[in-house]
Write a protein that binds this ligand. Structure first.
Ligand code: FAD
Length: 367
């Protein structure tokens, strides 16, 4: 699988990166090929049509997927990750049977709808409400920055069913075509073109009581479990992309000449490259160890936060040094490192900002 994905990413996806950037879309043939390779369900259980990878296997796959434009992985990352894991961890057998095989095959796309305008880093204050009415719930509210919202067929929606705080939140499965659900226009983002986010509005959206995922009041816990899994995947993608950026940097340093010599012969350029390589090595090692501990059930929280924090910051520094090595060319559109410089900025923000990872780590140690 790793070898097949490695070849596919390098031979099929990388040559299309500029097209993805210009059209802000993943070409249909790449989407089809990803489906055929099982990429929409690599982290979903085999009994529901996925490939059933452990986290240790998944991060190795993410190293390969991260080597190309992050929008490619984002297309199926949510179905495998934050959205799909909600069902894997908390769904009933009926809910899993209804959605997981179709998510795994790529027939449907999933989205994870937690963030709101006034509830980002602290989602425990979210105000979207789900009110019981007979054997239905009626959902009202709005979410924002929801990845895949424009193309999603099913949303994992976190809504308040009880009092304030994290214990008053429950999770609901909401079909994308539910009456009263509206998706706003795609957001105009800094980078990661080809991956889309949008606002999602719920105006009296009715779902059966059986659409609740997990017991009432456990939505916050469900969301956090999904995010911990997602943090390891994001960290691994950061490692893959850092490797790509470093490879681009080294190739340029060998070929670009100044003063009659390749710039790679200048020791200050070597220092930039060496710093990136050392940090990349540290990030890769950390992800592999955190994944091992996660699979062994030893640590599902501290490792993912440390890895996400370190690797998202690390890839930012690697991209920054790459632009420096490229000089003026690094500032020009059409040069991959310029695009990656914008793309990687997101990793420090979503699925918990760097500050939130610091808080998770600090609190965990002080408890
Ligand atoms: C492209 C993109 C895709 C996304 N996809 C999804 C998705 O699919 N589903 C979803 O639900 N959400 C998604 N998000 C939302 C994302 O998770 C949030 O943007 C993120 O959690 C930060 O929340 P915020 O934007 O409200 O920033 P804020 O929470 O307002 O944070 C602003 C700043 O304050 C800092 N801060 C906040 N609280 C504290 C604190 N207690 N201590 C110290 N510093 C603090 C933050 O670190 C940050 O620097 C996405 C966002 C983007 C940009």
């Amino acid at each position: 699988m790793l070898a097949a994905v490695r070849t596919f990413v390098r031979e099929q996806v990388i040559p299309r990166e500029e097209e993805i950037e210009e059209t802000d879309a993943i070409p249909e043939d790449l989407r089809r090929a990803a489906r055929d390779m099982g990429l929409f369900g690599y982290a979903l259980p085999e009994e529901y049509g996925g490939l059933g990878m452990s986290i240790s296997e998944e991060v190795r796959l993410a190293f390969e997927l991260g080597y190309a434009s992050p929008a490619f992985r984002s297309m199926f990352g949510t179905s495998n990750g934050i959205a799909g894991q909600v069902l894997v961890n908390a769904g009933t057998r009926e809910q899993k049977e209804a959605w997981l095989p179709r998510l795994a095959s790529g027939e449907v796309v999933g989205a994870f709808a937690l963030t709101e305008a006034e509830a980002g880093s602290d989602p425990s204050t979210l105000t979207t409400r789900a009110v019981k009415d007979g054997d239905e719930y009626v959902i009202d509210g709005a979410k924002r920055f929801i990845t895949n919202a424009p193309e999603a067929d099913v949303f994992m929606v976190f809504a308040r069913t009880g009092g304030p705080g994290s214990r008053g939140i429950s999770t609901f499965l909401v079909s994308g075509d539910a009456p009263g659900l509206k998706v706003g226009p795609p957001d105009a983002k800094m980078g990661q073109r080809g991956a889309h986010t949008a606002e999602v509005f719920f105006d009296g959206v009715r779902v059966p009581a059986s659409a609740m995922v997990g017991p009432e009041g456990t939505g916050f816990r469900t969301a956090m479990a999904s995010l911990a899994h997602g943090r390891l995947s994001i960290a691994a993608v950061c490692v893959g992309l850092a490797q790509r950026i470093l490879d681009e940097t080294v190739a340029y340093a060998k070929e670009r000449t100044q003063g009659g010599r390749p710039i790679g012969e200048y020791q200050l350029i070597q220092a930039l490259i060496a710093d990136s390589q050392a940090e990349l090595y540290a990030g890769r090692s950390m992800v592999l160890e955190a994944a091992r501990a996660y699979d062994a059930g030893e640590d599902t929280k501290l490792g993912p936060s440390c890895a996400k924090y370190f690797c998202s910051e690390m890839v930012g520094r690697v991209a920054d040094r790459a632009v420096q090595v490229f000089g003026g060319m690094g500032y020009m559109r059409g040069v991959p490192v310029e695009r990656f410089y914008r793309d990687v900025r997101l990793f420090r923000i979503y699925e918990g900002t760097s500050q939130i990872q610091q808080l998770v780590i600090g609190r965990h140690l002080l408890r």
